[in-house]
Design a protein around this ligand. Structure first.
Ligand code: LLP
Length: 400
């Protein structure tokens, strides 16, 4: 693949994504549910199409992501929930027009705007309030969202009043309630705690005569980026435990459960393939310089995230500590620091693992670097799903 499509190159396994989606669907077989893949994790059109074919719904956060679904899987638009704290008028109109399943509304002001836009087109808007449950989840501070101090959601203590007020609007239909406490959360417990708080709200609303149809437990289930050699990741039991925690919290409630997993479906299905350009020594340090850089995969630079890296064709010899870095002019442009690594030579290929989520989706053209190509593997089939950008692509919007 590296020879055919050059590097850096994202390579994904469609089979693994489908398998992961199936794990959620099987674990929730006893309850009405919809797994709404969080498009932000990897928004490649071809990936959206594959997941839609296997029954996924989608969680979007922009009009752009909605347009992606309209292009890749128009039949799935009715299975879309729209999250995000800053929806614009245009985005709300676009989603009303498309007929999405529901808006996950993040403020009273947004709810007011939604009502007025729905009134203009004389079509009811289905909404869920995204409540903030004030639950702490152990993860990186940049991707933790479920505390009152965060910008996300509506204080759960205000939610009941807002639903009751919204019930008076002709153009709003209370569809459900949603919650999302953060990302890369490795334990099921905080999910259960958050959904338990939401379930309590659903029961209170029943007393007010408001019957919600859905509870959306958000995304955030984490993976193990640190698997040691010979260790394996038991995705099925991780999903099973998570599903049980969420289900238990919903016992006795006749609601459809929505989930918004992103990372869990696609992270481990993807690698970023890079070629070694140079191996250089500065004093005691050895740097392996690859043709991939922070613009292609920013997670290590942005969150000090750990990604395993493996040589594609390992050479014999003793592993020694190296920094694996890209060509971008920033000290933060690294993939690994002081990592024990087998000897490599210029021209060798390395694979940066678990790069299927928030890799390409967060890439940029920093340093005027064209973004990588993407390949999707399905069974024995291999398909280029995005060609490598050209310099002309990069210049296209510019005016001289
Ligand atoms: N739903 C909502 C409302 C979200 O904000 C997110 C992610 C998800 C679902 C999906 O979460 P997941 O299942 O993928 O954890 N760029 C960071 C992660 C940012 C997550 C933002 N929100 C990273 O690379 O770790």
């Amino acid at each position: 693949m590296a020879e055919r499509f050059q590097t850096p190159l994202y390579v994904y396994s469609a089979d693994q994504m489908i398998e992961r989606l199936g794990l959620f669907q099987q674990a929730l077989a006893n309850r009405r549910h919809l797994v709404c893949y969080a498009v932000k994790a990897n928004s490649a059109l071809a990936i959206l199409k594959v997941l839609a074919e296997h029954g996924a719904g989608f969680d979007i956060v922009s009009g752009g992501e909605l347009a992606r679904l309209q292009a890749a899987a128009p039949e799935a638009v009715g299975r879309v929930v729209f999250s995000g704290a800053g929806k614009t008028i245009d985005e709300i109109d676009q989603a009303l027009e498309a007929g999405i399943l529901a808006f996950n509304v993040e403020s009273e002001a947004e709810l007011g705007l939604l009502a007025s836009r729905a009134a203009r087109r004389k079509r009811k808007a289905r909404f869920s309030l995204r409540v903030n449950p004030d639950v702490f989840a152990e993860t990186h501070p940049y991707i933790s969202t479920g505390l009152r101090e965060h910008k996300f959601g509506i204080d759960i203590r205000q939610a009941r009043r807002i639903y009751v007020e919204a019930a008076r609007s002709r153009w709003l239909a209370a569809h459900g309630v949603s919650v999302h406490i953060g990302s890369q959360i490795r334990s099921a417990e905080p999910f259960g705690a958050a959904v338990a708080r939401v379930a309590k709200l659903v029961r209170e609303l029943e007393k007010d005569g408001i019957r919600l149809k859905t509870v959306d437990a958000g995304g955030g289930l984490g993976i193990n980026y640190h698997l040691g050699e010979g260790e394996s990741f038991d995705a099925q039991s991780v999903v099973g435990e998570y599903a049980r925690a969420v289900e238990n919290a919903l016992t006795g409630l006749d609601v459809t459960l929505l989930l918004e997993p992103g990372r869990f479906l696609v992270a481990q299905a993807g690698v970023l393939l890079a070629r070694v350009l140079y191996v250089k020594r500065n004093g005691k340090k050895t740097f392996v310089v690859t043709d991939a850089a922070m613009n292609d995969l920013i997670r290590p630079a942005l969150y000090e995230a750990f990604h395993q890296i493996v040589p594609v064709a390992p050479r014999p010899g003793r592993a020694a500590p190296v920094d694996i870095v890209g060509p971008v002019c920033e000290t933060g442009d690294f993939f690994a620091r002081d990592r024990k690594f087998q000897p490599v030579e210029p021209g060798d290929l390395v694979a940066i693992l678990d790069a299927g989520a928030y890799g390409m989706a967060q890439s940029s053209n920093y340093n005027t670097r064209p973004r990588p190509a993407e390949v999707l593997v399905r069974g024995a089939e291999l398909k280029l799903i995005r060609r490598r950008e050209t310099i002309a692509d990069l210049f296209a919007p510019e005016i001289l």
